[in-house]
Design a protein around this ligand. Structure first.
Ligand code: 39S
Ligand code: ZN
Length: 765
């Protein structure tokens, strides 16, 4: 057996987020296009060089992007919605970024979650276009790597079925028309690659790892049959990831030259399929054995055993050793981490360290396992040392989770009863206005935090500064006339990282950034031990903010499921148990807020939907514990304490019953980018609790007009009762600028007033 080392994709943000800085400087008008292109070219090439140096044989090209790869693919095929007035020729950066971010006149394209990750892609819109190839991006990147670095890369593309499935604007019945337009363009891209002398091309079809129907699988078969005919010479590698494939036999029989399977997240099922159904002798298997989604170092002994097991079932004499998916979901390099506890650091592997794991395993297969004895021993010892940490073996936390009773997840009274008491307690106008939590994290806020971290200012100076920000924004909210206030979250780097820094069982990193959307990155904290409450985390800021106003101030927390899904999580105990640990810790915080006089508490769960397994048959089990965890954290408050929650970036349509089961008194959700499609869900499900539909997109710098928001409110009122309806933006405002935030909120308030007046006039007639 010979092994080849390969990667599926590699982070493009740079070791110090140089990519983000270059983009943001360009958007701010501080640099010109050539500068942006120059810097990004350097980043693009240095990643390839790095992979080459680490001993990777097959290096992807075309996985780099200036914003998002789905957007790149749409633009490559000329799928540019009419509202951007594209002239049909070269696609300028300005058109490209308008689709991503909107511009003064035009709203941006919708953005949504990439499968079950915290990455968000731009949703391609099909408008019955005449599609055309505007550029062959993988070919350009292939040539560049060859000319500049003498690397013959592996061009990578989002596969046609995944691209189609994730696009919108066609009815299911239109799929053939869409495919008929699209396939010849894919063929053209591939043909040009073939003519260039490319050996392997990677087509990514993660959709095959979700639950798809037999009919859909038939379409996939037709698509690949046609591509095969178009490029008989080019070797096509069909890459799946994030779970096992449902239609295993059909998938491995597709007319392609290699298949990549995920042997981390789809491990059991993929191995079982391999054993039961075998693997075709005329194809290469890509064994995704190194976890591309999490940051734990591999136990190389276990990986060698796994590879032996896999190899024993192959009739071929070659195999590719790979990460389970693109490494873009993990941070770049551990080398940047100077402050981590040594036992923990030794048990981690970021992208660069994973490259070494891949090439080490390759050596074991090609030269015999004895060539990597040292590496195996080190990895096993690191994993054992981690496992033995006392913080990972706390009996008090274990006991607390084991003694959770059903009654712990139930509020004292039913919603209908609570509602009356809360109406009386808060006495809000109809269509109450509020915001989601965060206000602009200005460069000044961030710079002040950095100074405090570097001990250039004292704790007192920092907290005074935060209080001043809160004070300023309470005054702004008063002036605009909002009904329910927030303190603004100025003290938080990030809604998950902040709590991670304050709870036991978490560690956080210095530079372990991963991209979340566009240029925005997150630094997920690491759950390495048992989670426990240490001391109040938010009480100080909330109480201070409440002291400045008579309007209700919402306490603001991140819910247990989001804390889980947006962290890097230990993989030695079930996710459910980790989530319950977090839920119990948050419950203490909520009790502390209530005791301190905060009577509305928002517990955000934007990642509840994202954690939904890719396979439908696993949904119920997940939802049971995820919903229960939220309820455990919120159930002990008084009837008059109003629990809010918030969610964004998801298709809520098949999910409303779970949302309702959270039993939150009020939920605010994102709706505006999907142009009101969501409201259909409420035609079929009777949602009775308070609900705010986001009336404007907060990702775009564009200030929404009053009438646009009036329209969205009116649309919402067609399906929801005016008595349950709240008005709010789609999400928090931390990424927006000061002035644009105030302007947008003023317009939001004016829109609300107009609708209130219309409703008042109606009721008088
Ligand atoms: N975890 C998470 N996931 C999420 C969301 C979220 O809010 N959190 N929201 C949704 C959308 N995703 C988002 C992800 C990131 C950001 C975001 O704003 N990220 C910031 C970074 C936030 C942060 O931690 N900032 C640090 C600053 C870190 C920094 O840049 N420091 C400078 C120095 C600072 C200075 O002197 O100016 C440096 O390291 O060089 C802080 O506030 O302290 C960014 O990319 O710009 C927004 C939305 C879905 N997923
Ligand atoms: Zn949100």
């Amino acid at each position: 057996m010979t092994a080849i080392s390969s990667t599926i994709g590699y982070p493009y943000i740079g070791e110090n987020r140089e990519w983000k800085r270059a983009l943001e400087a360009f958007w701010a008008g501080k640099t010109e296009e050539d500068e942006l292109l120059k810097v990004t070219k350097e980043i693009r090439l240095s990643r390839i060089q790095k992979q080459k140096d680490a001993g990777i044989d097959l290096i992807p090209v075309g996985d780099f992007t200036l914003y998002d790869r789905m957007l790149d693919t749409a633009v490559m095929f000329g799928m540019i919605p009419k509202r951007y007035n594209w002239n049909g020729e070269h696609v300028s950066l300005s058109t490209y970024f308008s689709m991503a971010r909107g511009n003064k006149e035009t709203v941006a394209c919708e953005m949504t979650k990439w499968f079950d990750t915290n990455y968000h892609y731009i949703v391609p819109e099909y408008e019955g276009h005449n599609l055309q190839l505007t550029a062959n991006k993988p070919l350009q990147d292939y040539r560049e790597a060859k000319e500049e670095l003498d690397v013959k890369g592996k061009p990578v593309l989002i596969g046609p079925y995944t691209f189609i499935k994730l696009s919108k604007g066609y009815e299911h019945t239109d799929i053939p028309a869409f495919i008929l337009q699209l396939l010849p363009l894919y063929e053209k891209v591939l043909l040009e690659l073939q003519e260039e002398g490319v050996e392997w091309v990677q087509l990514e079809e993660p959709v095959l790892s979700t639950s798809i129907s037999k009919e859909e699988m038939k379409i996939v078969e037709q698509i690949y049959a046609q591509l095969r005919k178009a490029v008989p010479e080019l070797k096509i590698f069909l890459q799946t990831y994030f779970d096992s494939v449902d239609w295993y036999e059909e998938t491995v029989s597709l007319p392609v030259d290699g298949i990549g399977l995920d042997f981390v997240h789809g491990l059991d099922k993929n191995v079982e399929n391999l054993k039961t159904h075998g693997f075709p002798s005329d194809k290469i298997l890509g064994a995704g054995v190194i976890d591309g989604r999490n940051i734990w170092r591999s136990n190389l002994q276990e990986k060698v055993n796994l590879l032996n097991d896999i190899n024993g079932n192959l009739k071929t004499d070659a195999i590719w050793i790979q990460p389970s998916c693109s490494l873009q979901h993990v941070p770049v390099t551990l080398a940047s981490e100077q402050k981590l506890d040594t036992t923990i650091k030794a048990a981690l592997a970021f992208a660069d360290e994973k490259l070494v794991e891949v090439s080490t395993l390759m050596k074991a297969i090609n030269g015999g396992v004895e060539t990597i004895t040292d590496a195996i021993e080190k990895s096993v010892r690191a994993c054992e040392n981690l496992a033995q940490l006392p913080a990972r073996n706390r009996t008090d936390v274990l006991d607390a989770v084991q003694s959770i009773a059903n009654s712990d997840a139930k509020r004292t009274s039913a919603f209908t009863e609570r509602r009356l008491k809360q109406e009386e307690a808060f006495n809000l106008p109809i269509l109450p206005t509020t915001t989601i939590g965060s206000f602009p994290q200005t460069p000044e806020v961030r710079a002040t935090r950095t100074k405090w971290r570097k001990k250039e200012i004292t704790d007192k100076q920092y907290s005074d500064f935060i209080h001043e920000e809160i004070k300023q924004w309470v005054a702004i909210q008063e002036e605009i006339g909002l009904d329910v206030f927030v303190h603004g979250e100025f003290e938080r780097t990030d809604m998950v990282e902040y709590f991670g820094e304050k709870l036991a069982g978490y560690v956080f990193t210095e530079k372990a950034w991963v991209v979340s959307y566009g240029s925005r990155c997150v630094k997920p904290p690491v759950i390495y031990g048992d989670i426990a409450f240490v001391e109040p985390m938010t009480v100080d800021e909330s109480v201070y903010a409440q002291s400045l106003t008579d309007k209700p101030m919402k306490g603001m927390l991140t819910g247990p499921v989001t804390m889980l899904n947006w962290s890097f999580v230990r993989d030695d105990i079930p996710l459910k148990d980790v989530t319950y640990q977090i839920a119990l810790a948050l419950r203490k915080e909520i009790e502390a807020l209530e005791a301190a006089g905060i009577h509305m508490i928002q517990v955000d769960e934007p990642a509840l939907r994202e954690g939904l397994p890719l396979k439908k048959e696993e949904w119920n089990e997940y939802l049971d514990w995820a919903v229960n965890a939220f309820r455990i954290s919120t159930a002990t408050v008084k009837d008059t304490t109003q629990i809010h929650t918030h969610m964004c970036y998801c298709d809520f349509n098949h999910f409303i019953d779970a949302i309702s089961a959270l039993d939150a008194d009020v939920i605010s959700i994102e709706t505006s980018r999907s142009h009101g499609e969501l409201v259909h869900a409420f035609n079929t499900f009777h949602y009775d609790k308070g609900i705010g539909l986001g009336v404007y997109d907060i990702h775009s710098p564009r200030v929404p007009e009053v009438n646009e928001m009036v329209e969205i409110i009116e649309k919402g009122l067609e399906v929801l009762d005016v008595k349950q309806f709240w008005i709010n933006p789609d999400c928090g405002l931390k990424t927006r600028k000061h002035e644009e935030t105030i302007a947008a909120l003023k317009n939001m308030f004016t829109a609300t007033k107009q609708v209130r007046e219309q409703l008042g006039a109606l009721s008088q007639n």
